[in-house]
Design a protein around this ligand. Structure first.
Ligand SMILES: C=CC1=C(C)c2cc3[nH]c(cc4nc(cc5[nH]c(cc1n2)c(C)c5CCC(=O)O)C(CCC(=O)O)=C4C)c(C)c3C=C
Ligand SMILES: [Fe+2]
Ligand SMILES: [Fe+2]
Length: 367
């Protein structure tokens, strides 16, 4: 038996297919089009997730359908129009590219692992991609989220979707989850290099804001590790950049609803910096690994306008890691750490399949 194939009794193995190991890179999701109906479909799925809005269903769903969706779909569609590209939503384009480049990187390292990508809300769906992998012989699947910091609102929701899918399958592949990598050396170093390159091209700012997506403050008191993990990422990043505490500020963006969210909020923080006399400001979003509405529109446009309106002079948004080579290598190393103990060179190789067929033919002929 060639070293790259495993016995056909492996769970999930379909008759006539060589079993293989897969990685499913999961991100949040994004509308299919920058139109109110498409944004509405997307937001309806997103905001009805009990992991995202932790208000009892009976109270929340009437508000969602009666107020939030009618108002927000139209407003958000206008915002999506400002960031839409000929290829579609940036979040989707970057996630596709990351998956493709991750597979390439793993292949260069000699690991025949199939990398697919999925979106928690919208398409391609997690269940659809898992079906496609399992139906073609994936018997080991590593679920890798695009969220370096664990949050019940994001990471746990991906795990919910995967475990809901397992209930639909008789033969369930072996599953592993990467819950976090907020303090992974490769991730933090890739961020530091991204920022340093930006500084070598544009000069250094007077101050750096590290803006993470917010969550309701009560999730922190309920034990969600998200806040602590954002703080650790920020501290490690500041150490790599050799920033003194007064040279940077950690803040939280994208507040949604009336409740108190993690503080300090990004926009008031940036306005206060401008009023204190900071003229040159850079903002980076370390918790987003792919540029999206929340980085390109909110940080790149809205918060910029607020900084300039309050006396700031130069504002630079530093793009996300996207498909940076260092970042893809970091993702690759995170993948390999989590695949350890699982044979990783098990992707179907056409040569192995041809050899198997030839053996079967000879056996058949001699019988
Ligand atoms: C990076 C991690 C994210 C966490 C944590 C998170 C929590 C969270 N988000 C909302 C509400 C909205 N988020 C929206 C967009 C959005 N959120 C993330 C990531 C996290 N969210 C991303 C990557 C994006 C961008 C998607 C894109 O299409 O580019 C939106 C939709 C946009 C809008 O209408 O303004 C909402 C709404 C909540 C309530 C929450 C935690 C409770
Ligand atoms: Fe969000
Ligand atoms: Fe936003």
């Amino acid at each position: 038996m060639p070293p790259t194939s495993r016995p056909s009794s492996a769970p999930g193995h379909q008759h006539g297919q060589a079993p293989f190991t897969a990685v499913l890179l999961c991100n949040l999701g994004t509308p299919d089009a920058p139109t109110a109906p498409a944004v509405r479909r997307y937001l309806a799925e997103f905001l009805a997730d009990p992991r995202v809005v932790e208000i009892p269903r009976a109270a929340w769903l009437p508000i969602l359908y009666g107020l939030v969706l009618p108002l927000r779909s139209r407003q958000s569609a206008l915002k999506y129009q400002t960031i839409w590209t000929p290829e579609g939503s940036p979040l989707k384009t970057w996630t596709e590219r990351q998956a493709r480049r991750l597979q390439g990187w793993l292949g260069e390292q000699g690991h025949r692992v199939r990398v697919a990508h999925a979106m928690r809300y919208g398409s391609p769906s997690i269940a659809g991609e898992l079906d496609a992998l399992a139906d073609t012989g994936a018997d080991r699947i590593l679920v890798l989220t695009a969220y370096p910091q664990y949050s019940g609102t994001t990471t746990a929701s991906v795990i919910d979707a995967v475990t809901a899918w397992t209930r639909t399958r008789r033969s369930i592949p072996e599953l592993r989850f990467v819950n976090r990598y907020h303090d992974d050396r490769g991730y933090v170093q890739a961020l530091a290099r991204r920022i340093e390159r930006h500084w070598s091209e544009n000069g250094r700012p007077e101050h750096l804001v590290m803006s993470f997506h917010g969550v309701p403050e009560r999730t922190l008191h309920l034990g969600d590790p998200y806040h602590c993990e954002c703080r650790k990422t920020a501290r490690l990043l500041a150490e790599w950049l050799r920033l003194a505490p007064e040279q940077y500020t950690l803040s939280f963006q994208s507040r949604f609803g009336k409740a108190k969210w993690l503080e300090p909020y990004t926009q008031p923080t940036v306005e206060a910096l401008a009023r204190k006399g900071v003229k040159r400001l850079d903002v980076v979003c370390p918790g987003f690994v792919a540029d999206c509405l929340e980085t390109l529109e909110e940080i790149g446009m809205e918060v910029r306008d607020a900084f300039l309106a309050n006396g700031g002079k130069e504002y630079r948004y530093i793009p996300c890691l996207n498909d940076e080579t260092d970042w893809i290598a970091a993702l690759g190393n995170i993948t390999l750490q989590h695949l350890a103990g699982w044979p990783t060179q098990a992707a179907p190789d056409p040569r192995d399949l041809a050899a198997q067929k030839e053996r079967a033919r000879k056996l058949g002929a001699s019988a």
